[in-house]
Design a protein around this ligand. Structure first.
Ligand SMILES: *[C@@H]1O[C@H](CO)[C@@H](O)[C@H](O)[C@H]1NC(C)=O
Ligand SMILES: *[C@@H]1O[C@H](CO)[C@@H](O)[C@H](O)[C@H]1NC(C)=O
Ligand SMILES: *[C@@H]1O[C@H](CO)[C@@H](O)[C@H](O)[C@H]1NC(C)=O
Ligand SMILES: *[C@@H]1O[C@H](CO)[C@@H](O)[C@H](O)[C@H]1NC(C)=O
Ligand SMILES: *[C@@H]1O[C@H](CO)[C@@H](O)[C@H](O)[C@H]1NC(C)=O
Ligand SMILES: *[C@@H]1O[C@H](CO)[C@@H](O)[C@H](O)[C@H]1NC(C)=O
Length: 445
């Protein structure tokens, strides 16, 4: 009681001090008590609001840098696939190598024709194999055969120019698996340059050769190329269609988005993004041996759906893993489930999106440091001085370049950290009770 009295008489928590002032009149004392009660209720209410705000952990995303230099990021990986994935002229060599006898020949070619246009969304190429006796084909490793028949760098690429210098295409491009089969990839090893020119005719310039004369005769897909622009550690992205007889300019601009350190202490489900090292997170699933990336998570999800439906995965599409690879007898099963493998589906989208069949339901979150490459494609008619019937052999020019020397950087952070909580609490106490006087009492007494 003595301590309390000592505190009250000197601390100047205004109301309290005045209430216990012996000279105070009764009516005034009542008034001050009322004022004090009001101040306390306001304090409690506002403290509750502050606590709630802190508890909700609101995020805010701001533009951290409106003109960050593009040199902070590497030139994207450029993957080029001929829509006809195989050089059919290699078939005789392959048949000889694998001892294909005349009775097996027809079925063998049928399977390879399917492989010629195979991609993840087109397992219907295997429709023609239903009802065939595929048992005898199980001995062949079609992943290996398709890889051997795939286009080599010098067969469909020519006149490569990288950063204004003429280069050997085979030194720039390497075979690369992705969910369209085996294609050719540029810059897998991230050739980073201190300064990079930007604008049209910079970056990568090369000629694509269609080679119609070496295509599978039975393959009826439209001719052309698929171009995929990727960040280095990303396994796949949706391709851009390139039709023949044009020059195609692909301008790439970048947007970088990251979550700052204050957010990393929160669980990934609250943050809605996953860091590379959060292996224990419920959302962490990625391709074997690859970093966590949204796209790698989706690719792993594709594989798991293949395993669920057909007990095997198409190893031609993914990095080597322990999953069982599909053999010839599994191919009709892939065809039968093609309609279920068309789209990625978001959880809870059902009321808004009409679907006949369910899609791939992958609970994949963004990676917390994500680069978005935005492509802007312009096609132009080939120069008039090239006669139109020679364009076939001339091929088409492709130019991939950074559009501008800067990029936008977004940052997401916590709007309200514990430091802000303490500061706000201090402020509200001061406002309601004049508590700064506690300090005075502590120091001077
Ligand atoms: C193909 O047959 C030849 C002999 O007919 C044999 O030497 C060779 O090992 C066989 N190759 C394969 C891949 O079976
Ligand atoms: C088929 O060939 C691929 C590529 O050479 C290889 O990675 C895979 O292990 C082979 N599969 C089987 C079942 O031998
Ligand atoms: C396709 O393969 C055959 C056989 O290896 C080869 O002679 C031909 O040059 C290749 N086609 C092209 C367009 O390079
Ligand atoms: C997958 O394997 C399981 C068990 O091994 C089997 O019951 C099921 O029928 C298989 N599914 C297919 C499509 O082969
Ligand atoms: C794959 O198999 C190898 C050898 O059987 C094993 O050491 C490895 O842990 C397996 N990896 C995964 C991801 O299961
Ligand atoms: C273009 O094609 C026409 C008819 O097919 C032929 O007469 C002409 O010589 C060709 N021109 C060139 C430059 O090849």
């Amino acid at each position: 009681m003595k301590l309390l009295e000592g505190y009250i008489s000197r601390a100047h928590v205004h109301g309290l001090y005045l209430i216990f002032l012996p000279t105070m009149r009764r009516r005034m004392r009542l008034l001050w008590s009322l004022a004090l009660a009001c101040a306390f209720s306001v304090l409690i209410y506002v403290s509750y609001l502050l606590g709630e705000r802190y508890h909700n952990k609101p995020f805010q995303t701001i533009v951290a840098h409106s003109h960050a230099s593009i040199n902070h990021i590497a030139f994207p990986v450029v993957v080029i696939c001929n829509k006809n994935r195989l050089n059919w002229s290699r078939l005789p060599e392959i048949k000889q190598q694998y001892n294909i006898t005349a009775d097996k020949q027809k079925l063998f070619e049928k399977i390879l024709t399917a492989y010629d246009g195979l991609s993840f969304h087109q397992f219907n190429v295997f429709d023609s194999l239903r009802g065939e006796d595929l048992e005898s084909m199980n001995v062949y490793n079609f992943t290996e055969i398709a890889s051997e028949m795939a286009w080599r760098c010098n067969e469909i690429l020519a006149d490569c120019i990288w950063q204004s210098r003429s280069r050997d295409c085979c030194k720039l491009f390497r075979p690369r698996r992705l969910p369209f089969g085996l294609c050719l990839a540029f810059n897998e090893l991230e050739q980073r340059k201190p300064t990079m020119a930007t604008g049209i005719n910079t970056g990568l310039l090369l000629r694509l050769l269609l080679r119609k004369e070496d295509h599978a005769p039975e393959s009826l897909f439209p001719k052309g190329f698929l171009l995929t622009i990727l960040e280095a550690s990303v396994w796949f992205s949706f391709p851009i269609d390139i039709v023949p007889h044009f020059r195609t300019n692909v301008a790439v601009s970048a947007v970088y988005h990251y979550f700052d350190e204050t957010t990393l202490s929160l669980p990934s489900s609250l943050r809605r993004c996953v860091m590379d090292y959060e292996i224990d997170s419920e959302h962490f699933q990625t391709l074997e041996g690859q970093k966590y990336m949204l796209e790698n998570c989706q690719a792993e999800c594709q594989q798991r759906y293949l395993l669920r439906y057909c007990n095997c995965t198409v190893d031609l599409f993914y990095p080597p893993s322990n999953y069982t690879a599909c053999r010839a007898t599994d191919l009709p099963c892939l065809a039968a489930h093609n309609h279920l493998l068309q789209n990625f589906e978001q959880p809870e989208e059902h009321p808004y999106v009409h679907r006949d069949h369910s899609g791939l339901l992958c609970e994949c979150l963004h990676n917390c440091k994500s680069l978005t490459l935005v492509t802007d494609m312009r096609k132009s008619v080939q120069s008039p001085w090239i006669p139109s019937n020679s364009t076939q052999n001339m091929g088409m020019w492709l130019n991939v370049y950074f559009k501008k020397p800067s990029m936008l950087v977004y940052k997401t952070n916590l709007l309200y950290t514990w430091v802000d909580l303490i500061v706000s609490f201090g402020g509200i106490c001061q406002l309601c009770l004049g508590v700064q006087n506690i300090k005075r009492w502590l120091i001077y007494d």
